[in-house]
Design a protein around this ligand. Structure first.
Ligand code: GDP
Ligand code: MG
Ligand code: K
Length: 305
């Protein structure tokens, strides 16, 4: 009787902003780890989720969306983080938004061009997760997009999925596993991530800010955990929300403190779920002018990881 060997490796999730990379990571893990919002560039850092299967352990690296860096230092760091993820990986899953390309075929060409360079340079095998199938009027509509992607990356396996509705994920997992080298698991099977709890907590708060605030404001906020204490009654967490302008402070706090209160209670809910116990969360808002350009501050926040 022959059994298939156990496999271990890293796989990078790469793709344009809003294609559904973080949603896919969460769906594969079966737990919310990466933050998700309808706004591009919600994910600033790379985040690794550990997926333990019967015959493999896969470290999935979620990355910020690939786009042309423009403007601030924070922005170019977001793109750098995506490149760094490739250096550790044995395969790439390109996550692409199928219904979007049916609406905007010229952007399919643009994204193929943008993604080809890092993919080629990495020399890694490519798997395409053609996402958001649930949003197609007819699944047959994806065929021309699949054909074009097959041309762009010959030999790549293209797996239609819906990260949101959790469709096609088993197929994707078996294709991913097949691309990994033989090896033992590196992490205990109940370990979900390589990221520290503090980082996950600050990400949760950032997600709630993204959801609560309109337009450009979320891009100018950062979250730092200032104090964390585990007590018998649960975790006591103090977090600071940094804004880059004085007038933004009022917007984050809201009338009568409503916005901040709302962000705090939603974040607390998610933190309780993540930590499996009571959480006491206090949020503060501080102005730090020009923080998106401040190398020292960005290092402190760990935005370059
Ligand atoms: P990322 O920027 O690539 O990490 O994308 P996110 O995971 O943050 O998702 C961006 C948006 O697309 C969010 O509003 C998600 O709910 C939505 N989304 C992600 N996957 C799917 C999917 O399979 N179907 C649909 N309809 N929406 C999705
Ligand atoms: Mg993301
Ligand atoms: K997003």
């Amino acid at each position: 009787m022959s059994t298939s060997p156990h496999r271990f490796g890293h796989i990078a999730l790469l793709g344009p902003p809003n294609a559904g990379k973080s949603t896919l990571l969460n769906a594969l893990l079966g737990q919310k780890l990466a933050i998700v919002s309808p706004k591009p560039q919600t994910t600033r850092n790379q985040l690794a989720g550990i997926l333990t299967l019967g015959d493999a352990q896969i470290v999935l690296i979620d990355t910020p969306g690939v786009h042309v860096p423009r403007g601030s230092r924070l922005n170019s760091r977001i793109v750098e983080a995506a490149w760094q993820a490739l250096a550790q990986a044995q395969a790439i899953v390109l996550v692409l938004d199928c219904p979007f390309y049916l609406q905007k075929p010229d952007l399919l060409e643009k994204d193929i061009k943008l993604l080809s360079r890092p993919v080629e340079r990495s020399g890694l095998p490519v798997i395409v997760a053609l996402n958001k199938l649930d949003a197609l009027a007819d699944v047959k509509n994806m065929l021309p997009v699949m054909a074009r992607l097959g041309e762009a990356w010959p030999g790549a396996e293209i797996v239609p999925v819906s990260a949101l509705k959790e469709k096609g994920l088993d197929q994707l997992l078996s294709v991913m596993t097949a691309h990994l080298p033989e090896g033992d698991s590196l992490y205990p099977e109940d370990e979900l991530t390589t990221a520290p709890m503090r980082f996950l907590a600050s990400e949760i708060i950032r997600e709630k800010l993204f959801l609560a605030l309109s337009q450009e404001l979320p891009y100018n906020t950062a979250v730092a955990i200032e104090h964390w204490q585990d007590t018998p009654k649960g975790a006591r967490v103090n977090a600071v929300i940094y804004v880059s302008r004085d007038r933004h402070k009022g917007m984050v706090i809201g009338k009568g403190g409503k916005v901040l209160k709302d962000v705090g209670s939603k974040a607390r809910q998610d933190l309780i779920e993540l930590m499996g116990g009571p959480v006491h969360l206090e949020l503060f808002v501080k102005v730090r002018e020009g923080w998106t350009e401040d190398e020292f501050f960005l290092n402190e926040l760990g935005e370059e990881q």
